[in-house]
Design a protein around this ligand. Sequence first.
Ligand code: NAD
Length: 352
Amino acid sequence: MKEKNVNLNGKTVLITGAAGFIGSHLAARLFGEFKDIKVVGFDNVNDYYDVRLKEERLEKLSAYENFIFVKGDISDKAAVDEVFAKYKPAVVVNLAAQAGVRYSIENPGAYIEANVIGFYNILEACRHSDPKVEHLVYASSSSVYGGNTKLPFSTKDQVDHPLSLYAATKKSNELFAYSYSNLYGMATTGLRFFTVYGPMGRPDMALFLFADKLLRGETIQIFNYGNCKRDFTYVDDIVTGVVNVMQSTPDEDEKGNRYKVYNIGNHNPENLMDFVDILQKELVAHGVLPEDFDFEAHRELLPMQPGDVEATFADVDDLMRDFDFKPDTDLRDGIRNFVDWYAGYVKRRDNK
Ligand SMILES: NC(=O)c1ccc[n+]([C@@H]2O[C@H](COP(=O)([O-])OP(=O)(O)OC[C@H]3O[C@@H](n4cnc5c(N)ncnc54)[C@H](O)[C@@H]3O)[C@@H](O)[C@H]2O)c1
């Protein structure tokens, strides 16, 4: 077990992407776990997906007295510098990014702006911070493993062949972070998240997307004819991983750099078809869909999509060794929790 050397009690934490799925869960958890912590949320609340969901997440966070929200874009250097100068965060968690693999095929520019220029601005702001930011934690992604076929994916594996620009920007974040650790002695930890799901999740990702389509009576599209395996990771587990990591800066490597990358994944890949079956059962159990809903008629099996990979599977040995923790939420429990939330959310959203 690694020693905790960053005490978050009484500190200010900056979370970029705080109106997002993972960021909003993380902010709420920090208030539950640490005394007198202040969380500054920074997010441009863009319309990549339904803005009302981001607003609902922010509304929930506004209940915490020590939550401060700043609307702004990480690709805007002046706005980033202003937040750092005003709030002097002790720890920064960079989750703001243009996410999504498929969207990056159509909209490459959005990825360069948010994930490359934006991340550079965060690095620069950390570098020039006074007092110094103690730890920069940032989101990378399992997509950096590209088409690697050696399973499980280990952080020791080569990741030089990203299959999408999204993956390339995430890998570039790791490279940028390494150089800043090396040049300026910054402590940086990158986290490769594996397919995150759960309540208040992302409408552009399979679970939410499939639920919405079925609710509207549309057909869900299942790629690679359903022969896909994903290491689905429950959001609470992701947040536990982030909170553990935030409190412990990386040990110096052989070159004296405080730089580290971890996988955070469930270490238990599930078949896409099983995932769909569980979702369908839960939608019926929660009364979102009628018992006689014809699921077979609402499924379309299609070939693989460009940029997609067949299987993801996280090696979490480092996480276990350093934090005695690995994600372990059962997919059935996680999907049930999602549908529990979704059933209420769609009533508000669709005014039914
Ligand atoms: N959800 C997953 O399965 C998953 C998997 C791997 C990596 N990640 C990474 O984790 C992080 C959080 O993902 P999420 O699922 O919560 O996504 P999300 O889209 O819900 O959250 C990202 C938030 O960042 C904001 N944002 C985007 N561009 C911005 C910019 N230029 N300036 C300021 N704010 C901006 C968005 O408005 C959004 O609220 C992202 O970096 C994502 O790439 C997520």
